[in-house]
Write a protein that binds this ligand. Structure first.
Ligand code: SF4
Length: 354
């Protein structure tokens, strides 16, 4: 008969291990629901090491939910710059306004109320309620999903199609005390021991109940999904006038919504960078290019694609129109404008040469 995790031994072993091995992370030193919420949103789709400096800067700049609600969206997006998935920052901002407007500035300790807030899906609701308010709420992130799939030898890819079964299993193994620690412990086990590749079963505190380990399947559960990244070539125009550069704001919906960037766009198949540049300038800004010169290239990875950015210096026949979404900006002012990572790297190069 296959070994089955049972609540008391599974959770006890896990919690003993967590108390000894938990990493000292800045958001684990607080009980403030606001800070726990911020950390949980940042940690979605982003690694712990990448999040730490962002979290520390954020809580200094916005020490309370009121500070987030008061800040203009541009400042919020600027502080988020580089973390990606900017809809998370926009939702944080909207949720902070609702919390201040409708909940007296306090994050509600109630699942139904939390679900009404922008960006509060099942994971965030469960994380805030369990970690900040010690409620018995199961949560499933990539780490938890992998640990549970291995514990119960669930075959298939690690995606949400597994979650119904995982929730039933979690209910079986979740304790009735130390709830704020249990979810964190399970996620930590996935991050440090039950890793995606080369799980460290030999030091695993819940090895005794692990069906994948018992069957020697820990390396093949879950099945690996091959991620195919699309390659995209983009041409970027650096247009300079009197020491200022021309930048434009992206539309409020879609990829990199509301962020600022240099003009430019995709190089279509069969098109030269110069041809694409002239076309984009005509289409986007209604201006003709007089002269263009390649400056440098930047390779940037995004979640869904790999971009090869061809950066060109451009001379135009006439000046593009300016308005609230099209501006001339000095290099020293770039720090006010939130930008996608590729544009931010171009700015870094510019600042080094200015
Ligand atoms: S025994 Fe291995 S596969 Fe099973 S939960 Fe522990 S680390 Fe993961």
């Amino acid at each position: 008969m296959n070994p089955r995790p049972r609540s008391p031994s599974f959770s006890r072993s896990l919690l003993v291990w967590f108390k000894k091995n938990a990493r000292d992370l800045p958001w684990r030193r607080t009980k403030d629901p606001y800070k726990i919420w911020i950390s949980e949103v940042m940690l979605q789709q982003t690694t712990v090491n990448a999040v730490i400096p962002y979290y520390e800067r954020w809580v200094k700049e916005f020490p309370s939910v009121q500070a987030v609600a008061r800040a203009p969206i541009q400042r919020i997006l600027k502080s988020w710059q580089g973390l990606g998935y900017y809809s998370r920052a926009r939702n944080l901002h909207r949720a902070a306004k609702t919390i201040c407007g409708e909940f007296g500035g306090r994050i509600p300790a109630d699942a139904e109320a939390l679900r009404t807030l922008p960006g509060f899906g099942p994971y965030t609701v469960g994380a805030v309620l369990s970690i900040a308010f010690n409620q018995r709420q199961p949560i499933i992130d990539a780490n938890v999903r992998r640990v549970m799939m291995r514990q119960f030898a669930l075959h298939g890819h690690a995606d949400t199609s597994q979650d119904k079964k995982i929730l039933e299993f979690l209910d079986r193994v979740m304790p009735h005390a130390n709830l704020n620690l249990f979810n964190q412990a399970l996620m930590e086990l996935g991050a440090l021991v039950c890793r995606n590749r080369e799980p460290l079963c030999i030091v695993c505190p819940v090895r005794g109940s692990c069906q994948a380990y018992a069957k020697g399947l820990q390396e093949v559960i879950p099945e690996v999904k091959k991620k195919v990244l699309q390659d995209v070539s983009v041409v970027i125009a650096l247009i300079e006038k009197n020491g200022k550069y021309f930048i434009q704001k992206r539309p409020p919906r879609g990829l990199f919504a509301d962020l600022w960037e240099f003009p430019g766009g995709k190089i279509e198949p069969g098109e030269s960078p110069q041809g694409a540049l002239a076309r984009e300038l005509r289409e986007e800004l209604s201006v003709e290019m007089e002269e263009g010169r390649p400056l440098f290239r930047v390779k940037q990875f995004y979640t869904q694609f790999r971009a090869d950015l061809h950066v060109w210096q451009c001379l135009l026949r006439s000046s593009p129109k300016t308005d609230s979404t099209h501006k001339w900006v000095r290099p020293s002012e770039f720090s006010r404008y939130p930008m996608p990572s590729g544009s931010a790297r171009i700015v870094d190069r510019l600042l080094k040469t200015n």
